[in-house]
Design a protein around this ligand. Sequence first.
Ligand code: AMP
Ligand code: GLY
Length: 424
Amino acid sequence: MNLLVIGGGGRENALVWKLSQSPMAEKIYAIPGNPGMEGMADIVDDIDVLDNAAVTEFAKSHDIGLAVVGPEAPLANGVVDALSKAGIKTFGPTKAAAEIEVSKAFSKMLMEKYGIPTAKYKVFSDIVSAREYVRQEGAPIVIKADGLAAGKGVTVAMTLDEALEALDIIMSDKTFGDAGSRVVIEEYMRGEEVSVLCFADGENAVQMVPSQDHKCAYDGDRGPNTGGMGTYAPAPVATPEIRQRVQEEIIDPVMEAMRKEGRPYKGCLYAGLMITDEGPKVVEFNARFGDPETQVVLPLLESDLVSIMLACIDGKLKEQEINWSKGAAVCVVMASGGYPKAYGKGYQIDGINDAISDNCLVFHAGTAKKDGKVVTNGGRVLGVVGRGAEIREAVDAAYAGVADISFKAEFHRNDIAHRALERL
Ligand code: AMP
Ligand code: GLY
């Protein structure tokens, strides 16, 4: 069958790479795609992913048997509803179900109502009461813009001044536009984070291999929050016992909650968790695959992704076999100097082909083609993925790939997977 992938980042490059290995896949199209997909997918960069009518028309005219939605913006814009209505099987939640990510206020309400463990919180729409609450609670405290802010609307404030400044930036300066018209103020949770992505079919959800992101820009978890500077899987913090608790205390209850709320959840459900002394607690839910978690999770998936996605859409996940490799994968993001703030674009990238090997994949995140050459075109430019029988081997394979690649003002973290290595 023909497949359509919506999105153009590193996550979508990894999705295309895995989908292209399916015996069921004939032609793959990507809107808008990226240069890393060349040879695996036809790049369709003249359709706006937020134009549901145009995307649906394309899917119908190209006989798409399965559409897969990567990023949150088209999900929030109802592309799954539009495609499904036109009879196209689409992997991803409806607009109503995607609210679990789109509105932090909704997801916090849901967790409170159904007893799913998470940090205590309050929502404010005026800055005076928000300031008062922050002063009353004290630091450390967490300030979040309510809405989509590409992972950058969150401040983990270790001091009261930092917290008050974050409120000003979100609510007075409107740095995040409408996403900042309401603010969620949360209790600080201490612990180690883990990303648990699940395949979900409306009734049941099955965990993928647990992974860990590195959100801070610089080594040692310092610097500003980013969309994610690197990942590894499996994350040993999620022991079998923890995974069992996650299923019983978080995943199964949230699937039931979404059903009861009339928003059954299908697609990839991403639970961002904090493993605290009291057990796993939810930091956030996302309505999509993680980026760059997908870049390490899918290389460890041995089963056919097309078949799993169709089972999710058809509500038949229980009948589906899902097998994982026993090995490990590590993704190091090569970024543009300046990211997550302003950065230059259009710099030539050298060495990608030297880096690619049996144990090293290179996924494009923010690249473009200029005069036949691949150039930088985003903050996160490439995800270099090393694979190995165990984590140390995968780390070495990833950094060997990174060493082969260069572009102007490049930077990356040198300590991806440090928490796993420290446990060895
Ligand atoms: P979010 O966009 O909600 O995932 O937040 C971004 C990052 O901020 C998370 O990955 C955590 O590292 C951190 N964070 C968010 N909420 C909390 C919390 N309540 N306690 C501690 N850290 C948090
Ligand atoms: N890597 C974090 C996210 O995808 O939200």
